[in-house]
Design a protein around this ligand. Structure first.
Ligand code: PRE
Length: 280
């Protein structure tokens, strides 16, 4: 039987690559250039599965993934999650003293996760965003005369033969990223009827301009005895002041409590979409 191919943010050596290998070493990973591409590859049926970062312990939600799931990838479901510890090194194509460094490259999430380290150790360097951590490391690895460095996982430094000038750059040793497994919604396994589970959903609209609207939306979960574990708002990408709300809650939609809370939420909100419901 052919191996299941899983799309992830490339090139090889990203944190996504590390997380995929740690979670499912037997699956074949296929690197794609951007996070939007990875999500849309499942929406468009080019891949049956993808692994994408959703949330980081220090920096919060991974916006391109959340926005694409909410607003573009209407037929994609989150079918499971893995939490992967994240640690970075400072990679370069040659030995450099910190005060010689003029540019530090990385993915914006990684730059955010290391912001205190950068401010303390490279206060004069220009911080430049890259499409992924591994892309940044690949870029500097062959630069044997310049003054640029990159922040990326050790995997990337080894993969591209870069020197490691420093290690453990993350601003807290508890740094970790939560990744979601994606599949087409029709291929998602049925949510578990009991046992520990999680449901991720989004809602917006109808009544959001009236006092107490958000409270009444959230109250449906309290009344049903469902524990909310995360709430995050993002612009609805329409006009100023319109937001969508991402909720994570304990329990799957296979349980009566979650099912009735979600049904009640429909009475308050214009749009309610369950992004995923799975066992944990
Ligand atoms: O650039 C990478 O290495 C990625 O896999 C992307 C990404 C992200 O977008 O959050 C994944 C995990 C880390 O939090 C940092 C970057």
């Amino acid at each position: 039987m052919p191996l299941l191919r899983v799309a992830y943010l490339g090139p090889p050596g990203t944190v996504s690559d590390e997380a995929l290998t740690a979670a499912a070493p037997a699956l074949e990973g296929v690197p794609l250039p951007t996070l939007r591409d990875v999500v849309m590859s499942v929406q468009e049926g080019r891949f049956e599965r993808a692994l994408v970062p959703i949330e980081n312990a220090l920096e919060g939600g991974v916006d391109p993934v959340l926005d694409c799931l909410a607003l573009e990838a209407h037929d994609v479901a989150i079918i499971g999650e893995v939490v992967h510890p994240v640690s970075y090194c400072l990679a370069a194509g040659r030995e450099l003293a910190f005060d010689e460094v003029t540019v530090v490259l990385s993915h914006p999430q990684a730059l955010g996760q290391c912001q205190t380290w950068i401010a303390t150790n490279l206060p004069h360097a220009r911080v430049v965003p890259a499409v992924s951590t591994a892309d940044a490391v690949r870029e500097v690895a062959t630069d044997t005369t310049g003054t640029r460095v990159a922040i990326g996982p050790r995997l990337a430094a080894r993969h591209y033969g870069a020197l490691m000038l420093a290690e453990d750059l993350e601003d807290d040793p508890g740094n970790a990223t939560r990744f979601g497994w994606l599949a087409r919604a029709e291929a998602a396994p049925a949510p578990p009827p009991d046992g520990p589970g999680k449901t991720m959903l989004i809602f917006w609209g109808a009544g959001s301009a009236s006092p107490g609207w958000l409270v009444s939306c959230l109250a449906v979960f309290a009344f049903a005895g469902v524990n909310l574990v995360r709430i995050e708002s993002r612009p609805l990408r329409r006009k100023m002041g319109e937001y969508m709300f991402f909720l994570d809650l304990e329990g799957s939609t296979g349980t009566p409590a979650v099912e009735s809370a979600v049904a009640d939420l429909h009475k308050h909100a214009e749009v309610v979409r369950v992004l995923g419901s799975f066992g944990t």
